[in-house]
Design a protein around this ligand. Sequence first.
Ligand code: GLV
Ligand code: MN
Ligand code: MN
Length: 452
Amino acid sequence: MTGGGVTDTLVSVSNAGPTEQDPDGASPSSASVAGPTHRIDIRRLLDRITALAEIGPIAGGGSSRLALTDADRAARGLVTTWMGDLGLTVSIDGIGNVIGMWEIGEGAPVLVGSHIDTVATGGRYDGNLGVLAGLEVIEALQQSGATPNRPIGVGFFTNEEGARFAPDMMGSLVYVGGLAIEEALDTVGIDGARVADELERIGYSGPTPSPGPAPYAFVELHIEQGPVLEAAGLQIGAVTGVQGISWSEFTFTGRSSHAGTTPMELRNDPSIPASQLLLEARHLAHLIGGPQVATVGRFEPYPNLVNVIPRSVEMTLDVRNSDDEVLRHVEHVLFDYAETMAAQEGCSVERRSLARFEPVQFDERIVGLVEATATGLGLSVQQMPSGAGHDAQMFARICPTAMVFVPSVNGLSHNPAEFTESADLENGANVLINVVWTLATTGVELNGAVHE
Ligand code: GLV
Ligand code: MN
Ligand code: MN
């Protein structure tokens, strides 16, 4: 499996509709006569989603599977078993990325996948959908007797969420050579655990080398996690790219003292500049408008007691924008503001960068293929950017890449109430199977598309 496959001769999107018979024998609509004809089995996909969600279950129907915890290990075991059941060749690399490969045809594989780690208050679709839909794509193609010209792989990538270990998308970043494996393995998480130790402990430090070989193409199905598709009444998003992401950790340090006896003018209270930064981030995001967002997701005073002026506050700042110049401006303003506010309160402040990713553009030809495939299935579709980070944005560095979005009810995600209607899951997976089929057979014109 090498990147050389992308230079193969291919045909244009408009002629590339899959030609296999619908495995269910359903009569094709007029819109799909010459178009996408493969179909996934929604029952099987839903059963797998339910089974996986029952690992690390939390109230409200979601899951809690922080990366490399026991729950993550159990989920890995289940999905890897399913890969084996489909006859896939399973490989595990040194950062714990797991890929199941349907060894068929020749050349570099079409790779699909996502992640199965969650935030501590996660839903059951974020990431899991992309992995389980990938399994379903392979199972449906196998059952239909289809024989793709190139291998098809499905992967789950370690620590996409970044909620326990930063940066997020760690596994896919290592896969594409964007982060040295030694550095990733040495990462210490919010609970003091080290990635290398946790990988060993759960048995997912594998022998497959990384960086990994470039796939022919990478496609990720994911819930939108935002309100755009639902508000527009659309069924599918053809994702054009991912906005830039900047994560920082600030530690404000002051002087711990008695809450009752210390006069206000004699305090060096680090919760003051920390709170000012939180509010300024929100204010600035409103001022800039558009896609600019700013979030303080973690805010921890120490010692966190009712009658003690904190000695320190550790907080995170997540700022994102699709325009990197604007994002750099926001970082500059807020980082300076933190210093100024700390000094005003007689405190010190230190900043540590947890993650910094520039905006990513996906491959126009695959974005176009997603759009054409959805239209061919009679689904409403629009091109749109992603607000969330995804493994696909890392793969875009080494191979032609795109994503398929399906609507999120009430735009909710990173919340156990995260929900996507099964009809939408089915639509998204049907787009995925036909996009994968096109890429793995006749293909689209991807010549020279590898991004070095
Ligand atoms: C990943 O879920 C992100 O924070 O965008
Ligand atoms: Mn995700
Ligand atoms: Mn997520």
